[in-house]
Design a protein around this ligand. Structure first.
Ligand code: UD1
Length: 415
């Protein structure tokens, strides 16, 4: 298990390239199951989670060829209806293969998902959607079997705008007859990127506020470039903010980052946007803010832990209310080990900024909490060892190299 050794206290500054969005790439790869023609995806990050989904597709009978940042997914034989437990348990996004497989084959068996340990994360909304389209769903403790002779479009209203359930139903809806209407749908940039890919594949999709309509259409192969990763961009901007430096993320979508940038401005960070480049400068210091995470266009839950790390060294007190994942607070113990003053009460974290964090040996509990601990270590005086780098690298491609290029003193070593 690799460890990131961090000598903290250096101000990070410079320009850094951002990868394609992991959370757009995973459903985009799954969408290839909807057709027997080729789907080509560009700006695909070199991440473990991407390898896991490509492995899943390969084991279902797809032919996958990776060439740098591009992936070509084609089909030259029959598809299998059963996904392996190995890949689905490893990563929740693999569950998305369910609907496309049912639509193509009339039957799919998918183990119940794993993924980050950030709360209960049920799949009831995914199954509600599939049932509404006429599928028969049979659940056991370890797997879900779904069968459908024919999928028929229907109106489905979600009690919560789940990203995964919206993506599941969007894809399945393209193979159903008539119109599928998703009410209270998630409209995260990654969901809308999937809409773009599906449209390029011939789907007829209308998005109106939180309502998405998918009409029956004949799909075909397509080529698509992923949107830049707003969570990676936010994390690297925060690396600059936490160290009172100035980082520019290059070739991003500033509009996708806006709910996050609004919080940076409220912290007293100087935010400059020039075309697709965003610079956050915090040389003058930062102050506490109150944040509430929420589905897009709210503040993204995937930037909660990293923002908390930056707030741990801001002047004054901050509160973060987590409304999406109840188990987001896995970063708290590690940050406290570095001297941060953070307490939690239910879904609320209260953070009182301290003058200086100190280096410590900590372990990454999951992707985003792990990134938060790296930010804490960069801001701290002294040396830290962040173990569990493999967890962080599920979501961050070349993170040590990128931090080094911004002037951080970090080194990856084997434990
Ligand atoms: C996706 C992202 C993840 C991000 C999250 C919220 C991917 C691969 N992952 O996860 O990084 O943190 O969106 O922006 O894109 N829920 C239910 N029933 C369901 C589905 C979800 O109750 O059937 C609940 C979950 O327990 C959670 C909330 O809804 O509390 C949000 O989950 P969801 O939006 O589905 O997140 P994911 O798609 O898993």
């Amino acid at each position: 298990m690799d460890v990131l050794s961090v000598e903290g206290g250096r101000r990070l500054a410079g320009r850094v390239h951002i990868e394609g969005a992991k959370n757009a790439g995973l459903p985009a790869c799954v969408a290839s199951l909807l057709v027997d023609e080729g789907v080509v995806i560009h700006r695909v990050p070199q991440l473990r989670d991407v390898s896991t989904i490509l492995f899943t597709l390969g084991s279902l009978g797809k032919r996958v060829v990776r060439n740098g940042g591009s992936v070509v997914i084609s089909e030259d034989g029959p598809l299998a209806a059963e996904a392996s437990a190995y890949s689905v348990r490893k990563m929740r996004a693999s569950f998305l293969v369910l609907g496309p497989l049912v639509g193509r084959l009339g039957r799919a068996v998918v183990p119940l998902p794993g993924g980050c340990s950030i709360g209960a994360r049920p799949v009831d909304l995914h199954l509600l959607g599939l049932r509404a389209l006429g599928a028969h769903v049979e659940e056991t403790a370890s797997a879900v079997t779904v069968t459908a002779e024919r999928l028929r479009g229907a109106r489905v209203e979600f009690s919560f705008p789940s990203v995964g359930a919206t993506e599941q139903l969007l894809m399945t809806g393209t193979l159903a007859s008539g119109v599928t209407e998703i009410v209270n749908a998630a409209v995260e940039p990654e969901v809308l990127d999937l809409v773009e890919l599906l449209r390029a594949m011939g789907a007829e999709i209308e998005v109106e506020g939180r309502t998405i309509r998918v009409a029956e259409a004949r799909l075909h192969g397509a080529e698509h470039t992923l949107i830049p990763d707003r969570i990676e961009a936010g994390t690297l901007l925060l690396a600059g903010v936490a160290t009172r430096g100035a980082v520019t993320v290059v070739d991003v979508r500033p509009d996708h980052l806006e709910p996050f940038l609004a919080v940076l401005r409220a912290m007293g960070v100087d935010v400059a946007i020039e075309g697709g480049d965003v610079t956050a400068s915090a040389a003058g210091g930062t102050r506490g803010v109150d944040i509430r995470t929420a589905p897009h266009p709210g503040f993204p839950t995937d930037l909660h832990p990293q923002t908390a790390a930056a707030l741990a060294c801001a002047a004054g007190t901050s509160q973060i209310v987590e409304t999406v994942f109840e188990g987001r607070y896995t970063y708290v113990d590690g940050m406290r080990a570095m001297g941060a003053q953070i307490s939690t009460d239910g879904r609320t974290a209260t953070i009182t900024g301290v003058n200086g964090l100190r280096g410590a040996a900590v372990e990454a509990p999951d992707i985003r909490a792990g990134a938060a601990l790296v930010l804490g270590a960069l801001a701290a005086h002294g040396t830290s060892a962040v173990s569990g780098l493999d967890k962080i690298e599920r979501g961050y491609d070349k993170l040590p190299d990128k931090l080094q290029s911004l002037g951080a003193n970090v080194e990856r070593r084997e434990a």
